[in-house]
Design a protein around this ligand. Structure first.
Ligand code: NAI
Ligand code: MG
Length: 354
């Protein structure tokens, strides 16, 4: 029997509602499948924890996370208790940095039964691979002088190492999918970093003759995600471009409540972290109506990442069947509670095993 050790951080707000419910689904999967069990190391790190201890996580927090196979996170943030920049940098960003989660991946997919803002969603299914450690989000730069003479300089940092590993990850992913990588560029306007990005993209591409490649300028690409989303398979982008594209991806899916994300460690030294795209949703706390699908979908990504793709597919099918039958929370136009959605998914998993 293989035991997977998972660090569980429900965090704040609806994170505390959806995370425990989704663990019931994971336990059902393990039971139905046989051969594996999940061991959870649950941590109360959150804004309430901060009020009590003055920190978002204890000193040995990172070391404890690093001993497990994966980190499963709900949502962080309760601006009424703790300013967002303290809670975010004290937990989420700290984990991403110290566990060297250098890539962020987010799928965007049309799910039958979810109303999307697109007139013709055409069953799109793409994955954005975003560089997660440098690029435009660097603190190199500064401000000098004041008043009329004030100057602000913001430097973007693109290393060969980070650019190459991000692009390579995208190609490897495309090999397992539909075999197309689109690179987000802007080499017509950003004349140093983006031609460099394009060169590395070309160079890496030569080792993947079976993968189709194309480069689109970021402005056009953002528009294409609305006008022809079905065209795309894997999109690879720098930190800022990926940030923007993934928000477009979540928007065309129909609800932020279903969108998942994963922060991937590539060197194998530390665990990766799986979390939904949404935050703690203070406006619906305690009503029992939080959509658990974003959280569950990231659990599917965790299973895939840990090598249990068959379980991941089983889970995804049960999610799709449940939505397809109209068992949906309010954000998707339904009237089901969090627990009703979870119970339906569990029922389908048990049924699929018989
Ligand atoms: P949010 O994602 O928490 O909520 C935005 C809107 O979407 C709200 O109307 C909310 O009710 C709805 N919503 C979100 N998830 C839902 C779900 N699963 N089911 C149904 N409806 C859902 O973003 P907001 O309100 O800007 O931020 C709230 C707090 O969460 C802040 O403290 C913010 O910093 C934090 N946050 C944390 C994130 C993280 O932990 N990765 C990401 C985004 C925000
Ligand atoms: Mg964003």
């Amino acid at each position: 029997m293989k035991t997977l050790n998972i660090s569980v951080i429900p965090g704040d707000g609806i994170g505390k509602e959806v995370v425990p419910e989704t663990l019931r689904v994971l336990d059902t999967l393990a039971e139905v499948h046989g051969g594996i069990t999940f061991h959870y190391e649950k941590h109360p790190w959150s804004c309430e924890y901060y009020l009590e201890h003055g920190v978002m996580m204890p000193d040995d927090g990172i070391a404890r996370l690093q001993q497990t196979d994966a980190i499963y996170l709900g949502a962080v943030g309760n601006p009424k208790l703790v300013p967002d920049h303290l809670s975010l940098w004290g937990l989420l960003i700290k984990i991403r940095r110290e566990c060297e989660q250098v890539i962020n991946i987010r799928p965007a997919q049309y799910i039958e039964g979810v109303k999307t803002p697109l007139a013709e969603p055409n069953h799109f299914d793409f994955m954005v691979v975003r560089e997660n450690s440098e690029g435009e989000y660097s603190d190199a730069g500064g401000r000098i002088h004041s008043g009329e003479d004030e100057i602000a300089i913001q430097n973007a940092v693109f290393t060969k190492k980070a650019t190459e590993r991000t692009i390579r990850y995208a190609f490897e992913l495309a090999k397992k999918r539909k075999g197309r990588v689109t690179s987000a560029t802007k080499s017509n306007g950003i004349i140093h970093s983006m031609p460099f990005w394009d060169e590395v993209f070309q160079e890496v591409g030569t080792s993947y003759p079976e993968v189709q490649t194309e480069s689109n300028h970021i402005d056009a690409l953002a528009a294409f995600l609305v006008s022809k989303p079905k065209h795309f398979d894997v999109i690879v982008a720098s930190n800022l471009f990926g940030d923007i594209l993934t928000d477009v991806g979540a928007a065309i899916m129909g609800s932020i409540g279903i969108a998942p994300a994963a922060n991937i460690n590539l060197n194998g030294k530390f665990p990766s972290m799986f979390e939904p795209v949404h935050g703690s949703a203070p406006d619906i706390i305690g009503q029992g109506i939080a959509n658990p699908i974003g959280q569950l979908w990231t659990a599917k990504m965790m299973l895939d990442h840990l090598g249990y793709e068959e379980l991941g597919s089983l889970l995804m099918n049960s999610i799709k069947e449940t939505i397809g039958e109209g068992i949906k929370t309010k954000d998707l136009g339904g009237s089901a509670s969090t627990i009703e959605v979870i119970d339906s998914i569990i029922k389908k998993l048990r049924f699929s095993a018989t």
